[in-house]
Write a protein that binds this ligand. Structure first.
Ligand code: SF4
Ligand code: SF4
Length: 138
């Protein structure tokens, strides 16, 4: 028998799931912007970020995690990929831990975890680097 304190989440219709997808995406986008998590900027004509992603043994700097993605254009990402909003690299996490006051850190990571859990609770699809259309197969 289930414990009485466990409340089953409501089942969402496909349209409700799509709305929830947008809500999580927008809330996480706002958080990333608010704390300038990735610090994406142009340097010497090249788009760069705070991350240090190992692309090859010779090249360890200056490329966003979007590198080589099929959705990347010269104007940036052209899709709504939820998985990319919810994932941040170790360099960005380390940077946040160094610069943010404790209250902001707790808020940021608490919200991130909460939004991530929403995916599981409501069965929202968010495949790695998949657009909203791909996630919902539309
Ligand atoms: S997650 Fe890391 S590698 Fe990706 S854009 Fe942000 S800082 Fe750069
Ligand atoms: S889908 Fe993700 S990895 Fe690809 S360009 Fe968009 S944000 Fe970057």
């Amino acid at each position: 028998m289930e414990p009485t304190y466990f409340i089953k989440p409501e089942k969402l219709t496909l349209n409700q799931k799509k709305l929830k997808y947008d809500k999580i995406y927008n809330e996480m986008s706002d958080l990333l912007k608010k704390y300038n998590v990735c610090d994406i900027h142009i340097e010497k004509g090249i788009t760069q970020c705070i991350g240090k992603i190992l692309m090859s043994y010779e090249d360890t700097t200056g490329k966003l995690c979007c590198h080589n993605c099929r959705h990347l254009t010269k104007h940036g990402c052209r899709v709504k990929a939820l998985s990319c909003k919810l994932w941040i690299c170790y360099s960005a996490i380390e940077n946040l831990c160094n610069i943010l006051p404790k209250e902001d850190l707790i808020y940021f990571f608490g919200m991130k975890k909460y939004l991530h859990q929403q995916l599981r609770i409501y069965h929202i699809p968010a495949g790695a680097r998949d657009s909203k259309r791909e996630n919902f197969k539309i």
